[in-house]
Design a protein. Structure first.
Length: 118
């Protein structure tokens, strides 16, 4: 289970930090990431962080957003700086999860709304 938090309303140019906490019968997590879905658009990848510790970013956020993973791969953060109105979306945290049953599943948080005003 993933629980996301930290969304809200911010003016353009401002910053927000999102947090995602993983809990439950987890054996391991190999990738944590963030996706977003703007109104009327498909869900898109924002950033991921894998065991190679080499983060990947969407071109639209590279240089402004930073993903990090802590607590033995049970928490991820997305620091968002220089926010733009086009960053407005519902943000979802994601984890490539191996359960205690050794089943691999895609885990998703409930989504947190980020609104950037112009």
């Amino acid at each position: 289970q993933l629980q996301a938090s930290g969304g809200g309303l911010v003016e353009a140019g401002g910053s927000l930090s999102l947090s995602c906490a993983a809990s439950g019968s987890i054996y391991s997590i190999d990738v944590m990431g963030w996706y977003r879905q703007a109104p009327g658009k498909q869900r898109e990848l924002v950033a991921t962080f894998g065991r190679d510790r080499n983060p990947t970013y969407a071109d639209s956020v590279r240089g402004r957003f930073t993903i990090s993973v802590y607590n033995n791969w049970r928490r991820s953060y997305l620091q968002m700086n220089s926010l733009k109105p086009e960053d407005t979306a519902v943000y979802y945290c994601y984890a490539d999860t191996v359960l205690m049953s050794f089943t691999r599943v895609d885990s998703w948080g409930q989504g947190t709304l980020v609104t950037v005003s112009s």
